[in-house]
Design a protein around this ligand. Sequence first.
Ligand code: SAM
Length: 298
Amino acid sequence: MITIKDVFEDYKQLKKVYEDNEIEAITLLTISEITQLSKASIKAFPEREISNQQAEQLKNILTQLLTGRPIQYILGITEFFGLPFKVNPSVLIPRPETEELVEWILSSVDESQKLKAKSSKQFTGNMLDIGTGSGCIAISLKKNLSNALVSAIDISESALQTAKKNAILNEVDVNFIHTDILNYHPAPHSTLPAPQYHIIVSNPPYVTLTDKAQMHSNVTDFEPHSALFVPEHDPLIFYRVIAQFAQSNLQPGGLLFFEINESYGQETVELLQHTGFINMELRKDMSGRDRMIKAVIR
Ligand SMILES: C[S@@+](CC[C@H](N)C(=O)[O-])C[C@H]1O[C@@H](n2cnc3c(N)ncnc32)[C@H](O)[C@@H]1O
């Protein structure tokens, strides 16, 4: 019979792909998903036996992990902002730094007098998430601001399909729209709703070829390139276009939030300054890297 301890031993083969602390976290998560045991119980009872079928499933997952395939894609599910999200190779795996961005938006809604809401729960404004992917930002916002009207766009039909499933999974209503923001031209019969947003947020593609060389192959080989990469000669293309879009689609005093490439913090601030934004705030993530910006439209 195979025990939990045996699985941990077997998963040590992942040293070829991951650091020790990552192996521990991946092994725990995988055993928990397959056996439905809590992580605490797995740790407390390493001698517990698992069934042959579970042992087979865990072996199969290990084989996939050894190719570098991220555990979130193998399991088809991940957690973001305390909520479950289906993921597959058509969407970026939501990152912890993006949770910090959502947290910042929610606390700004709480603080802002301009948004005229007594509490975040009563906030009834319009919000737009550009490049929604799995829908993680839009869905987390809607879950926490139940009266807000939340729209989300993406160029990828398959990403939008996943985002729609995630909205159903989390029991929220988000207006998903298929649009290429780089070629967006407002038209009389545009599918985008009324253009007066209180908040626009985007975590757009921002990885350059130079960054790519330094990235782990389990990101570059498995995650969607259309979600990640920008031309080396124009790394801020999405920020420029989205800032211009936001300038004409935000209400006066409305807020724009960006997740950014840590190497372009100052350039992104200057770009926003030139596009008519004020009160730019550049924030570091929990690992101390410039990662997000908040700006106010005049
Ligand atoms: C970095 S991912 C962010 C996904 C998700 N918002 C998150 O934070 O995990 C960027 C997203 O932008 C989308 N995208 C790329 N080019 C786009 C375009 N021209 N117009 C609209 N969305 C685009 C990609 O499909 C991808 O889902």
